[in-house]
Design a protein around this ligand. Structure first.
Ligand code: ADP
Length: 405
């Protein structure tokens, strides 16, 4: 079976074409269209085993972008399939499924309507996702399309984890609650960790730390998300590259008053100019901050300490929420690659059985590994995320179910 996975953003489309035979999955091609509707739009494409190519073109909208991708996939020069008929299904990353979706689904007109209803709470993300769905509907009308939601995995959270202590009427009126994001990543890495360890997913207490430009942490008990740090929007929780994460709402309104800024500017301030960038004044990029800290920059050192402390505090609170922890996972660009970040977070958590072996941790960059000491009570692991593969696996499962109906 061949499955195309699409991740449509406001001005970009990431894609991967997967081939599956039995339990084997391989990537036939991957790439990204960038600057859609802007000057200088281009497609970066790599068919497995071939050179990466950069193709410029005037890509005015998402449909043109997907047309371009499909054209390259079947092209003689850069392609990997002979005809578009070989594509059995398309899996879409959809950011927000609200309370409507707790798992991946076959896209129907009813489903599209429900995704549209979520635009109110995901105004930046769901519209481009819908554009991708629309484009495939017109180009490949007979190919089944599956929606895989970032929020769906977290729909198992109990009320005490997802309700905010604001008037209940606001939850009822606008759906103001914790939804959580990165669900596909947390689900993939937590399942994968159990596969690697040979333990039953349905019996484990797992804390998954997805540390990338955006960052979130998730408590997974017996295979279900029971709490996560991102909330109504992806602003809550951990310190991120440019997002503040948790802070006093009173401080936010105070700043707005003093600086005489409205909601739009405040949103830019807390989403784009805060986090590690705001704290250090150096960069949002963890590599640069660690480099500066190594040279003794006090703001970089301070920023890192705040970053580590916030993650550590969440690990403690999620261990409390689950009544213990069996596995702690690191993923995302920082979690997968940053030795000092993993060490800085875990230091002092030995009382929870979290005790990493520095000689192993020091050699792990972007690969699956157990980094805890052999006799530690809690396994600490690095598991590179693969949201695209998870989307492809879900897509295949649903397509198989359809065929067996
Ligand atoms: P996104 O959330 O955009 O998908 P990624 O998961 O790719 O982001 O993570 C990007 C972050 O990972 C950046 O802060 C980058 O500095 C960090 N990163 C990548 N490699 C390393 C490394 N070797 N050491 C520290 N940080 C790293």
């Amino acid at each position: 079976m061949k499955i195309l996975v699409l991740n449509c953003g406001s001005s970009s489309i990431k894609y991967q074409l997967f081939s599956q035979e039995g339990s084997e999955w391989s990537v036939l091609a991957a790439g990204v269209v960038e600057k859609i509707g802007l000057k200088g739009s281009f497609l970066k494409h790599e068919a497995t085993g071939s050179e990466k190519v950069l193709l410029e073109g005037e890509i005015l909208d998402h449909k043109a972008g997907i047309d371009y991708i499909l054209g390259v996939i079947v092209s003689e020069r850069h392609g990997c399939v002979k005809s578009l008929d070989e594509i059995d299904a398309v899996g879409h990353r959809v950011v927000h499924g609200g309370e409507q979706f707790n798992s991946s689904v076959l896209i129907t007109t009813e489903v599209i309507k429900k995704i549209e209803e979520c635009i109110d709470i995901a105004p930046l993300h769901n519209p481009p996702n819908l554009k991708g769905i629309d484009a495939i509907t017109s180009i490949l009308p007979s190919v089944p399309q599956i929606a895989v939601f970032d929020t769906a995995f977290h729909q198992t959270m109990p009320k005490e984890a997802y309700m905010y202590a604001i008037p209940l009427s606001l939850y009822k009126k606008y759906g103001i609650r914790r939804y959580g994001f990165h669900g596909t990543s947390h689900r993939y890495v937590s399942k994968r960790a159990c596969e690697i360890l040979g333990v039953d997913y349905a019996t484990q207490k797992i804390i998954s730390c997805h540390l990338g430009n955006g960052a979130s942490i998730c408590a997974i008990k017996n295979g279900e998300s029971v709490d996560t740090s991102m909330g109504f929007t992806p602003l809550e929780g951990l310190v991120m590259g440019t997002r503040s994460g948790d802070m006093d709402l009173g401080a936010a309104t105070f700043i707005m008053d003093k600086e005489e800024i409205g909601t739009r500017s405040a949103s830019v301030l807390f989403n784009k100019h805060s986090g590690m960038l705001g704290l250090t004044g150096i960069s949002s990029d963890m590599r640069e901050i660690i480099g500066a800290a190594d040279e003794g920059n006090p703001d970089a050192i301070n920023g890192l300490n705040i970053y580590f402390y916030r993650v550590k505090k969440f690990i403690g609170s999620y261990a409390a929420a689950m009544g213990g922890v069996d596995i702690v996972l690191f993923t995302g660009g920082i979690g997968e690659n940053s030795v000092p970040t993993r060490a800085g977070i875990c230091k002092g958590l030995e009382f929870l059985g979290i005790d990493i072996d520095e000689s192993i941790n020091g050699g792990i960059f972007g690969e699956e590994a157990v980094i805890s000491k052999a006799d530690a009570g809690t396994k600490v692991m690095v598991v590179p995320t693969n949201e695209e593969l998870m989307i492809a696996v879900d897509t295949k499962e649903i397509v198989d179910e359809l065929a067996n109906r």
